[in-house]
Design a protein around this ligand. Sequence first.
Ligand code: ZN
Length: 323
Amino acid sequence: MLSELMNNHKRVDVTKMRANNFLQKQNEIELNKVMAIQNGEGWEDVSRCPLCGCQERQAEFRKHGVDIVCCVNCGSRYGTQIAANLDDVYKNSGYLSYSKEDNEEHYNYRRERFGRERVAILEKYCGDITDKYLIDIGCGNGYFLSVAMEKCKHCYGTEFSDKLREFTEQKTGLTIYNKSLDDLPLKSFDIVTLFDVIEHIPDPDPFMQSVDKILNPGGYVLIFTPNFDSFSINVMHEYSSIVDPTEHVVLYTLPSLSFLAKKMGYDVVYSETQGLDILNILSMQQYIDDKQDHFLVEWNNELQAMINVSRCGDYARILFRKP
Ligand SMILES: [Zn+2]
């Protein structure tokens, strides 16, 4: 029933997260990164699926001159080209100014709206987290950790950006490592969280093996990542800011995430999609026509709630458990 659906639907106030001309800004950022790659070490070909190694693939569409393809074996999507040196993307000044753009209000909104929700998922599925050892990989400005530490006594993070790491350390007083997983001094965790991380990893296999090495038996991995097999990407194609071959080098679907779990010998405890499909489509309309469809504006929350329960939202969440 719609009324029941809406009772359970958690709304997102996008004005507290994004600028008005979000997609236009996003596109400018992407084009800057494309330039940085072209002026740097250029692109190199990707000949097989980064997740499963299969070479057979089907074309989806093109973005920034890169073909986005679907692996016929595991269903993940990837660009047929990748930056030869990812430092061209992550160490260019445009990227750095973008990643610290969040202001205090945005930070507080994300913390209350998404940080609390993420901790609630852990508490629901992992039991009492008070004494568990938790590490948030790529913790960004730490809004999730700042909530997690209220419930969990042993919280850690990793973050390569100096600015974001220092910000998080100051805000939380927690230890945030500037190290890859293989070099962490502490090697035993009960919960590993990966929010907006795995889509950036060109070679998921060794990365997830490193996650496995630091995770205790019976431990959990919580992954949030864009969902390619979603309503908004079906509508928007290359207009979607989720499709960004400069950074999002692998795009997953719920089945390809389950494939990843199986490959690691892990069980899937929970999965769902919670997207911003309608808001993203509205951003596209604004970007192309400078106007938005009234029906979509009016019924955004209802439509999104229906998309979410259909598991077609553009953001996937999945929890793995190590046996
Ligand atoms: Zn594959």
